[in-house]
Each structure stands twice: as structure tokens, then as C-alpha cells.
Design a protein around this ligand. Sequence first.
Ligand SMILES: [Zn+2]
Length: 256
Amino acid sequence: MARLNMKALLPVGLVVENVCTRNGAIEISARSTASAASCPCCGRRSRHVHSHYLRHLADLPAHGCQVRLLVAVRRFRCMSRRCRQAIFSERLRPEAARPWGRRTTRMQSLVRHLALALGGRPAQALGRRLLLCVSKDTFLRSLPAVSAVDMTEPRVIGIDDWAWRKGQRYGTLICDLERHRVIDLLPDREPATVEAWLKDHPGIGIVARDRNGGYAGAVARALPDAVHPLAVCAQTAAGQRVADRWHLLDCAGSSP
Ligand SMILES: [Zn+2]
């Protein structure tokens, strides 16, 4: 009889370090199988590990228990002298988890399908039977990501950073400028996070953004055909440069 290969049970790109039970749940310690990671700012590969942190991901229940993945994520040093990103975190493969996700991709897919089939409260009730620790609000929040792509793909967006807590933690705000509404809040303002989001929305043709170089790189990599500001400049050329009023005024040294 062939021995069970634990690696085959995990999302692709992860390998098991340890398995234990804690408070009635199965806890799997894992790490990425990649030997190096690419800097999200300049793209240069690095093998120089700076530090580690643990990322907690809820995975599909098994054997009547909840399953938690504790992934040891590495922070790498970018060795390019020209790069402004001195340290960056490795990204898990999209089949494993999204950059800001709290669940594995397969778990998130199950949550979304339950929400689509049942709605928030019934999905929560059935989810409890299935050992999914997910609130009805979380079930409902899983829906717009699908419908936004399928039904109302944004074409013109604005990107800017905003403070979860001023001076401590910043995220990224994304607005649909045609519908005049916020369509997503990203947990940080790292270029890789923005790039991953933009790649999920290939229908975007115009991006208004500030002069943050990280955002510029993310837009260029994810949507090379999109129109967005090309340089630090208050003068626009129709069809070539797009900047919102606040940043044009800010660029010109005026108050918004
Ligand atoms: Zn770099």
C-alpha cells in the first residue's frame, strides 16, 4: 500500500512541516516550496531571506475537524540597489491563497458557492454544520467579487492609499469612476497586492492614480494597455495622461 503523501493534500506550492491537533482543530504547519521570490517592485529574484512570519489560513474541514494552515512566509531582501523596496514578502501561488486572503483559495471557493446557492443566513447555518467558521456577512461579502467581474466589470477606476489607522497601517482604495462608488478595499498598499487585483479585472482601460511609483509599476505590469499617468506632471495630454483633480492640484502645489 502506498504511503500517504501529505504534500498532495495541500494546495499546490506548499509542503507540510508538521501536523498536530489544537483545540479540536487540525493544525498544519507548512511552507512554500519555492527557493526564491520575485521583488514586486523591480521583479528581481532574491534568495536572501530577511525574516519570517506566520500566516493563518482556514482550509477545508477534514475528518470532522476544522483545518488551519500555518504558513511560514518569508520576507526577502531585494538585492537591487536601484529598487526602493528593500524587503518584501513572498507571495503564495494563487491556487493556494490570494495575497490578502484569510482562507485558502479552495475554501474561499466553497464559501462563495454556498453564498451563491443559499444566500447569507442559510449559508451560515449550513456552514456551521460543515464546520465552516464563517459569518453570514462574510458569505455575502464573497459575492461581489464574482458579480463585479461577471456583471459590472469596471472600465475606469481610481486608485489611492488610505489609512486603516493613520500613521500605522495603510490600505488601497479602489473606486469605479463611472459609477462613482468604492468597489474594493485592499489590506495594504503593496504593488503586488494592487497588481494581483488589477489582473483579476482585465476590462479596465483607464486608471487614475497618484504619483506613487509602486502603483505605476503595478498598473504597467497588470494592464500594459491601460491609460494612466506617465510622469510627475500637472499638464495632461488628452488621451495620454489621466490624473484626478486632487493630485493635479497637489502636483501644482495648491491645496485640494
Ligand atoms: Zn526590488
